[in-house]
Write a protein that binds this ligand. Structure first.
Ligand code: ADE
Length: 419
């Protein structure tokens, strides 16, 4: 039995059911698991993963386990763990799992360090906390780590800053940047699961509401698209002119947050940055305004300012904290400002995580089997992997492609044709 720290091992049976339910929608990962079980490409590797501990992540873990890796898993956010899944991974599938929903900062980092105690050769991060901890306080592990993978936009940006500072000391594959990851997971996954999380927490009606989406990257596009589909009037705030134009031509209003703050009924931050809703905006909010974040860190809404400004505060219902501000205005912060789709709902549906995690599994295989090691720095997912994942997913969905005829191929390769 591996070591573990989970909320309640007796939840394992529920977790197994949840993991099996997710598997139905993960055909690509299932195919990889079958191949990995035969070929064992990860044999001899110790893989440390810091991911949201969900049923979808469990299916990735089982694939890596089938590939022969020794595994240890901890949470990549204190509020995103599914406790039954963590129990199932530890008790039923024999994977060293350290994750408890609602854990505090001390326990979060104790769990990261427990995973690092296994002396990993490969790291898998969602937000770069493993890589950052290794470089800050577990430098001895740099000798044994071969490479790592990063799952999310915020993590890739963080690692790019490390690389630019000359601080990054081992190779990373930016899984987030694969097309079969961010086109689908960030857009359709975040779009659907964010509205799901806010709905489960509040049971609000979306139709007719002013929804302010801060940030129009892939996640913001998905959130805005789905809110529009529910009949909301979407306002987008941006700092990037091209993205603001995209938002405008997608049919949304675009304005600075200082104006949107006075209008919005629901605010959703997906910028990846700091204080997109800041102190001065909080003072402009309408009575009843709802604040939610779907970016990786709980830094996008200025929560310390909100707490300072509040005359009083109470839990209005699970995942909804009510703050009474000057003038008796009440505003509501959801899920402590942490990723609302994982805090109050179940994260992205399995069908998109299938592609994200197929990229992770194939990159783990690449790192484990490549003769020439990757250089230190950040590397893209090879195009062949991206195309392979897309083909497998299409096939699983029962769709097929056309292929170019010889004549068409020749035409595309020649410059002689013109007007
Ligand atoms: N990130 C967003 N949704 C997720 C999920 N369901 N599992 C793991 N990571 C996620």
């Amino acid at each position: 039995m591996p070591k573990f720290d989970v909320k309640d091992p007796r939840l394992a049976a529920d977790g197994v059911k949840r993991i099996e339910w997710a598997e139905r929608e993960m055909p690509v990962l299932r195919l990889l698991r079958q191949r990995f079980a035969k070929e064992k490409p990860l044999k001899g590797h110790r893989l440390a993963a810091c991911l949201h501990v969900t049923a979808e992540t469990a299916n990735l873990m089982l694939t890596l386990q089938a590939g022969g890796a020794d595994l240890a898993l901890c949470a990549s956010n204190p509020l995103s763990t599914q406790d039954d899944v963590a129990a199932a991974l530890a008790k039923h599938y024999g994977i060293a799992t350290y994750a408890i929903k609602g854990e505090n900062n001390d326990s979060y980092y104790r769990h990261i360090n427990a995973v690092l105690d296994t002396k990993p050769t490969i790291t898998v991060d969602d937000g770069a906390d493993l890589v950052a901890t290794i470089h800050k306080s577990r430098k001895e592990l740099l000798k044994t780590v071969v490479a790592g993978m990063e799952e999310t936009t915020t993590g890739v940006i963080r690692l790019q800053s490390m690389a630019a500072d000359g601080a990054l000391k081992y190779p990373i594959i930016a899984v987030n940047d694969a097309e079969t990851k961010h086109f689908f997971d960030n857009r359709y996954g975040t779009g659907q699961s964010t509205l799901d999380g806010i709905t489960r927490a509040t049971n609000i009606l979306w139709a007719g509401k002013f929804v302010v989406v801060c940030g129009y990257g892939w996640c913001g596009k998905g959130v805005a698209m789905r809110a529009k589909g529910m009949g909301s009037k979407v306002i987008v705030t941006e700092i990037n002119a091209v993205r603001a134009l995209e938002a405008a031509m997608d049919g949304h209003q675009v304005m600075p947050i200082a104006e949107a703050a006075k209008i919005g009924d629901i605010f959703i931050t997906v910028t990846g940055g700091l204080n997109a809703v800041d102190r001065e905006h909080l003072s402009l909010l309408k009575d009843g305004a709802i604040l939610a974040n779907s970016g990786h860190f709980n830094a996008e809404i200025n929560i310390p300012a909100l707490e300072e400004m509040a005359l009083s505060s109470r839990e209005a219902r699970p995942f909804v904290q009510e703050y009474v501000l000057k003038g008796k205005r009440k505003v509501y912060l959801l899920g402590e400002g942490r990723l609302i789709n994982l805090a109050a709902a179940e994260g992205h549906p399995a069908s998109v995580m299938d592609m994200s995690f197929a990229n992770q599994a194939l990159c783990a295989e690449l790192v484990a089997t490549r003769k020439k090691p990757f250089s230190i720095g950040i590397h893209p997912v090879p195009q062949e992997i991206d195309q392979h994942v897309a083909r497998l997913k299409l096939r699983a969905l029962g769709m097929s492609l056309d292929t170019l005829t010889k004549e068409q191929q020749k035409y595309l390769e020649s410059w002689a044709h013109g007007t």
